[in-house]
Ligand binder design. Structure first.
Ligand code: BG6
Length: 481
């Protein structure tokens, strides 16, 4: 049997507002948390500053300047044959302070122009409502998602954009990588550091009990907000489909010791299924009570919350997939660690130490599908690499190889019977790295002439992968050479 990619498969690429738009303080936009994040690199973590410091560089202020290049970018995506472009709306462009009564018309107009351009080019947008992003004011004034008030503000924002873009956007994603935690919680905004990774957020050995509670409450509040907006979306437009967006955490046991297998199961449960069960099944997993007890977690969960969670299940699952890691019983996460887990000694890794594991994608697709039997979309997958422009060309061989192998794995999963309906690579075009704030960690199919400090012409140049992906899409995934 050799099933093909289904007709109408959503091929495309993805970006996120604070990593690509730039134009951080014009046309009525408010400040977002990311606008307070400095650049960094592998060795030097990004900082969040309370004020915008004169001598610091804030990569979101320039991104790849898509705000001023969106027409050109979308035309290039159309040239590659994109069926969808996954992007995010910058909440602070629509509600500059998050708690405003009225939206910012210029912000609404920008995304309308962008979606209309997509339509003209035959591209269906897939839109993330918030990608690690929040109006700065909500973090500072309310403490971010740990405050239930945020639910109300998010619902107001959702109502505005669902109504405004009715007919233009059908596929929505609520929270980018909700299971990852990081700065989207907002509570960190004033602490001066960017929290490192999921482990540190949810199982931080150095966090006080109060902090742990706040983090889990923040996550719960996000779940409720997501469930409410799923219901709202269906009321506003029955055509709309809303998905969750997960960081695809894939863990293998480091050894076949039963203790390591047990630890692996626990990692999968905590990092994936804790969130996915709530969003896809409408309830916390059966083991949550024991977990909360053991961790001393006390949550405020109302009867209305439980009803909302039940009635607000998502229509599909979307997720990012970059790497796999290992779990072991004796693994202690070091303070300040940026690890997801333990490194798999069997796998090669990128220059940033991310393991490369296409087979893991087939495995994870099967894991998710066997558990939820919901349509799946891979909305991020790609490789960050140092790249050079030589004679007007970029020979990004590693990217082609990485994407080819992962697309083969998706095809295998489709042959297994998994319902996969789309793939958007990360990233459609070079943008700022979320983790390090570097520009030189390039993921795009289109090169942007810019450096880590925002110097350059910001001209767009097609990489070799551009031409390769065009062929892949033209043949609906048949020609991968
Ligand atoms: C995903 C995020 O986790 O990883 C993106 O959703 C991010 O925003 C991507 O850019 C790659 O990570 P990084 O740190 O290399 O940019």
């Amino acid at each position: 049997m050799n099933k093909k990619f289904p007709d109408g498969f959503l091929w495309g690429g993805a970006t996120a507002a604070t990593q690509c738009e730039g134009a951080w303080n014009i046309d009525g936009k408010g400040e977002s948390i990311l606008d307070h994040c400095t650049n960094g690199d592998r060795m030097n973590p990004r900082r969040i500053t309370n004020t915008i410091e004169e001598n610091a560089f804030y990569p979101s202020h320039k991104g790849c300047d898509q705000y001023h290049h969106f027409e050109e970018d979308i035309e290039l995506f159309a040239e590659m044959g994109f069926k969808t472009y996954r992007l995010s709306i910058n909440w602070s462009r629509i509600y500059p302070n998050g708690d405003d009564e009225e939206p910012n018309q210029l912000g609404l107009d920008y995304y309308r122009r962008l979606f209309e351009k997509c339509k003209q080019c035959g591209i269906e947008p897939t839109v993330t409502m918030t990608h690690y992003d929040m109006p700065w004011n909500l973090a500072v004034k309310y403490g971010g998602w740990s405050n239930r008030k945020l639910i109300e503000f998010f619902v107001r924002y959702a109502k505005t954009i669902f109504t405004e873009y009715k007919g233009l956007v059908k596929n929505w994603l609520t929270f980018n990588e909700i299971n990852f935690g990081t700065i989207s919680y907002g509570e960190f905004a004033t602490s001066g550091i960017i929290p490192k990774c999921g482990h540190v957020i949810m199982e931080d050995p150095n966090a006080t009990q109060e902090e742990v509670n706040r983090r889990f409450q923040a996550l719960h509040n996000e779940f409720v907000a997501s469930a409410k907006v799923v219901q709202l979306a269906h009321e506003i437009d029955p055509e709309i489909k809303v998905g969750c967006m997960m960081c695809g955490f894939a863990y293998y046991p480091l050894t076949c010791k039963p203790e390591d297998v047990e630890a692996t199961q626990r990692s999968m449960e905590i990092w994936n299924y804790y969130s996915m069960d709530v969003m896809c099944k409408g309830k916390y997993p059966y083991w949550a009570k024991r977990y909360w007890n053991e961790q001393g977690i006390e949550l405020e969960i109302t009867e209305e919350d439980l009803r909302d969670l039940k009635n607000g299940c998502v229509d599909f699952i979307s997720f990012s997939y970059y790497r796999t890691d290992c779990s072991a019983a004796n693994h202690v996460v070091k303070e300040g660690s940026t690890e997801f887990g333990m490194k798999n000694p069997e796998l090669k890794a990128t220059e940033w130490g991310w393991t490369i594991d296409p087979k893991g994608l087939r495995w994870l697709l099967n894991e998710y599908y066997s558990r939820y039997e919901m349509p799946l979309m891979i909305v991020e997958n790609g490789i960050g690499a140092y790249e050079k422009l030589e004679d007007g060309k970029v020979h990004d061989v590693a990217r082609i190889e990485y994407m080819r192998d992962h697309i083969v794995a998706i095809k295998e999963a489709i042959n297994d019977g998994v319902d996969v309906f789309g793939y958007t690579c990360w990233s459609a075009i070079d943008i700022v790295s979320a983790g390090t704030g570097e520009f030189k960690k390039r993921y795009g199919l289109i090169y942007v002439d810019a450096d880590d400090l925002g110097n350059g012409t910001y001209n767009r140049i097609k990489k070799d992968s551009f031409y390769w992906y065009k062929k892949v899409i033209e043949t609906n995934g048949e020609n991968l050479d």
